[in-house]
Design a binder for this molecule. Structure first.
Ligand SMILES: *[C@@H]1O[C@H](CO)[C@@H](O)[C@H](O)[C@H]1NC(C)=O
Ligand SMILES: *[C@@H]1O[C@H](CO)[C@@H](O)[C@H](O)[C@H]1NC(C)=O
Ligand SMILES: *[C@@H]1O[C@H](CO)[C@@H](O)[C@H](O)[C@H]1NC(C)=O
Ligand SMILES: *[C@@H]1O[C@H](CO)[C@@H](O)[C@H](O)[C@H]1NC(C)=O
Length: 334
C-alpha cells in the first residue's frame, strides 16, 4: 500500500508538472482569443447523442423530457455538462460525431466524440474508448475538416466519470489491485491529454471524478439518505491524483451542492428522480408490451440526480454555478 502511495504521489507530481507547464505556456499565448470551437471526449456525463438510437438509455423516454422535450441522446432529463461549458464559451453545443454528415453547418462549433458507457480503457460498453474517439478526431484533422488555425482557437473537454472503475469492480473487484488500476487510468488519461494537445488543441479541460459514494447506485442501501463515506474516501484519496490536471473539480462542486441543496433549490438531494418500479427495472425500462416499468418524480427541476448515475439538468446547472464561483472556468478563457 505504501509503495502504491509513493508511486501515486510521484505520478501526481510529474503529471502536474508536465501538464501545467504545457498548458500554462499555451494559455498565455491565447490570452486575447476567446475559444471558437469545443471538442468533447469521454462518457455519458458529456455525450449529447452519439449512442445508438435503438438502444436503451439516452434515446428512450423519459430521457430529455425537460430539454429538448423528448429523448435526444443525453443521459439526463435535459442539458448536461457539455451544454453548460459550451454556453460559458458562448458557443452552440457541438454536434455529436454521429451527426457530422447531416449537420455540416454546425461543424464550426466543434464536435462531440463522447459515448456514454465508455472509459479510457475498454468497458462493458461496445462504444469507442477514448483512444478511438481521439483517432476519429485525428482523422478529421487529416481530412482538413478542422485546420491548424481552427485547432489553435479550440478547447477540449474530457470527461472520465468512472466507467473504468465500475468495470474493474464488476469484473475484477480486487481491492488490492485497485490503486494500481487507478494509476493506470490516470496514466492513460494523461497520455490522452497530451495526445490531444499534440494535435494542436490549445486548452484542455478535464473534469475530475465526481463523488461515486454519493451516486444513487451506491446510496440505495441507505434509501438515498447518506453518501457512502467508505467508498468516497477510498476514491477521494486516489482522485487527488486526478486533481493534478483537473481544472473542473466535480468532487468539490458536487459535494458543495449536495451539502447545501436548498441554496440550489434542490430537495431530497440523493434520491434519483427516475427509477425502475422494482429492482429488475431501471429508468426508461418497458416490458414486452411497451408498458412503462419506471416512475418519474413530480419535480425533476428540484432533483439533483436523474437516474442511478447521472445528474438532472437542474443538478448540472447547480454544479455549473458552483464551478463559476471558483476560478476554474475563467482559466478556459485565459
Ligand atoms: C481501445 O479500443 C481498441 C479497439 O477495441 C483497442 O484495440 C484498444 O486496446 C483500446 N485502448 C485502450 C487504451 O484500452
Ligand atoms: C485483477 O486483480 C489482480 C490482483 O488481485 C491483478 O493481478 C490483475 O491484473 C487484475 N486484472 C485487471 C484486468 O486489472
Ligand atoms: C503509462 O502509459 C504509457 C503510454 O501508454 C505506457 O507506455 C506505460 O507503460 C504506462 N505506465 C503505467 C505505470 O501504467
Ligand atoms: C460502502 O461501500 C463499501 C464498499 O463498496 C461497502 O463495503 C459498505 O458496506 C458500504 N457501506 C454502506 C453503509 O452502505
Amino acid at each position: 500500500m505504501d509503495s502504491h502511495k509513493q508511486l501515486l504521489s510521484l505520478l501526481r507530481l510529474s503529471l502536474a508538472f508536465l501538464l501545467l507547464s504545457g498548458l500554462h505556456a499555451e494559455a498565455r499565448l491565447q490570452r486575447d482569443d476567446a475559444p471558437k470551437k469545443l471538442f468533447v471526449f469521454g462518457d455519458s456525463y458529456v455525450d449529447t447523442g452519439n449512442t445508438r438510437i435503438d438502444q436503451a438509455g439516452s434515446w428512450k423516454n423519459p430521457y430529455g423530457i425537460t430539454f429538448p422535450g423528448k429523448p435526444a441522446g443525453r443521459f439526463s432529463d435535459g442539458r448536461v455538462l457539455t451544454d453548460y461549458i459550451a454556453k460559458f464559451l458562448g458557443l452552440k453545443s457541438p454536434v455529436p460525431y454521429k451527426f457530422r454528415k447531416f449537420m455540416p453547418q454546425k461543424l464550426k462549433y466543434g464536435m462531440n466524440f463522447a459515448y456514454g458507457g465508455t472509459g479510457v480503457f475498454d468497458t462493458s460498453s461496445n462504444y469507442p474508448n477514448m483512444t478511438i474517439q481521439i483517432d476519429f478526431f485525428q482523422q478529421l484533422i487529416k481530412e482538413n475538416v478542422y485546420t491548424t488555425s481552427d485547432l489553435s482557437e479550440s478547447v477540449a473537454l474530457m470527461s472520465v466519470a468512472g466507467n473504468d472503475y465500475n468495470f474493474y469492480l464488476a469484473t475484477n473487484g480486487s481491492i488490492e489491485g485497485f490503486p494500481s488500476f487507478i494509476a493506470s487510468v490516470v496514466n492513460q488519461t494523461a497520455t490522452n491529454l497530451l495526445r490531444i494537445q499534440s494535435l494542436g488543441v490549445k486548452k484542455i479541460v478535464v473534469d475530475g471524478l465526481q463523488p461515486l459514494g454519493c451516486l444513487p447506485g451506491t446510496t440505495a442501501p441507505s434509501s438515498f439518505q447518506q453518501c457512502n463515506s467508505t467508498f468516497n474516501d477510498l476514491l477521494n484519496q486516489q482522485t487527488k491524483v486526478h486533481s493534478t490536471f483537473i481544472i473542473l473539480d466535480l468532487f468539490d462542486s458536487f459535494m458543495s451542492v449536495l451539502n447545501h441543496p436548498s441554496t440550489s433549490n434542490i430537495k431530497d438531494e440523493l434520491r434519483p428522480c427516475c427509477v425502475g418500479i422494482s429492482s429488475q427495472y431501471s429508468c426508461g425500462s418497458v416490458d414486452e408490451n411497451s408498458v412503462k416499468k419506471y416512475k418519474v418524480c413530480d419535480h425533476p427541476k428540484s432533483a439533483f440526480f436523474w437516474d442511478t448515475f447521472h445528474p438532472t439538468q437542474a443538478g448540472w446547472h447547480a454544479v455549473y454555478n458552483k464551478l463559476q464561483t471558483t476560478n476554474a472556468l475563467q482559466q478556459i478563457l485565459y
